[in-house]
Design a protein around this ligand. Structure first.
Ligand SMILES: Nc1ncnc2c1ncn2[C@@H]1O[C@H](COP(=O)(O)OP(=O)(O)O)[C@@H](O)[C@H]1O
Ligand SMILES: N[C@@H](CCC(=O)OP(=O)(O)O)C(=O)O
Length: 367
């Protein structure tokens, strides 16, 4: 690829700390040097940074705190300001301005807010400012969290209209097994299809530093590849890794982008973190998968979570497998009431109706 490219670089806690208890400033300088070189060559760089919690622990001197969400939020609140200050200092060495964006799922699950966030991110890039993104951990409750920065970086890549998403971590890429526990594991250099067989290879994080391990990296790769974005998992310690990826050199594990990516609105449906989920029966499953039909309330068996009309929900089969994502026409309370009923009964049950379908076919992406 030639000309200016947009690259999202996700830096995991494992990269920023080098496996220690402290942020590795020397390594961060080196990563910024690589970004600055590409920035000077006219490329658009977006940073998704982890490390707020690690920075908070370091700054407060590793306090003994109860293992609660509130403790993590406290650490993130202290650490995020340290972290952003550090990025600011490092980028300023090269005369580059940065702009902080702290996001949660709530910023993306509603189409209008998604478009605002997208315009904001693109405005920073148009003004040669490097966006530095993290989850807003200090205020994000479980209900509105993306939960891990791998998935957050896939959303950032969609928001920024990225060509490539680079997930930098403490391994060379995706292996046939977790290399920490299996010395025979081999690097997988190319992935054309993310399927269940591949997902079984990807374990969680055993270091205790990162969130999600390879499992969340595969989820992120799936979302980004469907949006037409190439994804690379590589080691943050590899010399000149960022430039090499941008220049298309074979590095780590490369996930090929889908050739006919989803159109914009469908990208959002697939990328928006689901606000809840419904389980459907086998009849509805066949209608959706084999006949390409809309999902009717008759086939809905169970409703989990609290969601509003217009939000994206996950649709599962009776075995719990994720089969589709779609925009719901009814909120969770209404869905619970009409589940299992014929569409003609909706008006009588609810006293109003928004049409006969629970999720319309045009608002659905089959996984
Ligand atoms: N199949 C696999 N290939 C490579 N790494 C794996 C695999 N399964 C699990 N892992 C683990 O995932 C870890 C990286 O994820 P994580 O700790 O969340 O890092 P980060 O902070 O970079 O997100 C690796 O250190 C490794 O132990
Ligand atoms: N938002 C959190 C990091 C969450 C996360 O996904 O961490 P990691 O797996 O190291 O990328 C923080 O800044 O500490």
């Amino acid at each position: 690829m030639s000309g200016s490219q947009t690259l999202v670089v996700k830096l995991g806690t494992s990269v920023l700390t080098g496996g220690s208890r402290r942020l590795n400033r020397a390594h961060m300088v080196e990563l910024v040097r690589q970004c600055a070189q590409l920035h000077a060559a006219g490329h658009r760089i977006v940073i998704v940074t982890s490390g707020a919690i690690a920075a908070g622990r370091e700054h407060l001197g590793y306090p003994e705190l109860p293992p609660t969400i509130a403790s993590k939020q406290l650490l993130a609140a202290v650490g995020q300001s340290r972290l952003i200050q550090l990025w600011e200092q490092l980028f300023s060495i090269y005369g580059i301005h940065i702009g902080q964006m702290l996001l949660t799922r709530a910023d993306m699950e509603d189409r209008e807010r998604f478009l605002y966030a997208r315009d904001m991110l693109r405005a920073l890039l148009d003004n040669h400012i490097v966006p530095v993104i993290n989850e807003n951990d200090a205020v994000a409750t479980a209900e509105i969290k993306v939960g891990d920065n791998d998935n957050l970086s896939a959303l950032a890549a969609m928001l920024g209209g990225a060509d490539k998403l680079l997930l930098l971590t403490d391994q060379q890429g995706l292996f046939t097994a977790d290399p920490r526990t299996n010395p025979e594991a081999e690097l997988i250099s190319d992935v054309h299809q993310i399927d269940d067989a591949l997902r079984t290879l990807a374990g969680g994080s055993v270091s205790g530093l990162g969130t999600g391990g390879m499992a969340t990296k595969l989820q992120a790769a799936d979302v980004a590849c469907r949006a037409g974005i190439e994804v690379i998992i590589a080691a943050g310690s590899r010399p000149d890794v960022i430039g090499d990826v941008l220049n298309g050199k074979p590095v780590g594990t490369r996930f090929h982008a889908q050739q006919s990516p989803l159109e914009n609105r469908k990208r959002w449906i697939f990328g928006a973190p689901p606000a809840g989920e419904i389980t459907i029966d086998d009849g509805a499953l066949a209608a959706v998968l084999e006949r390409g039909s809309s999902l009717l309330p008759k086939g809905v068996r169970e409703v989990q979570g609290n969601f509003s009309r217009g939000e994206v929900i996950r649709i599962r089969n009776l075995q719990g497998r994720d089969i589709a994502h779609g925009v719901t026409r009814y909120n969770s309370d209404a869905m619970r009431m009409i589940a299992g009923h014929h569409s003609q009964e909706i008006g009588d049950i609810l006293g109003y109706e928004y049409g006969p379908v629970a999720v319309h076919r045009d608002d659905m992406i089959v996984s």
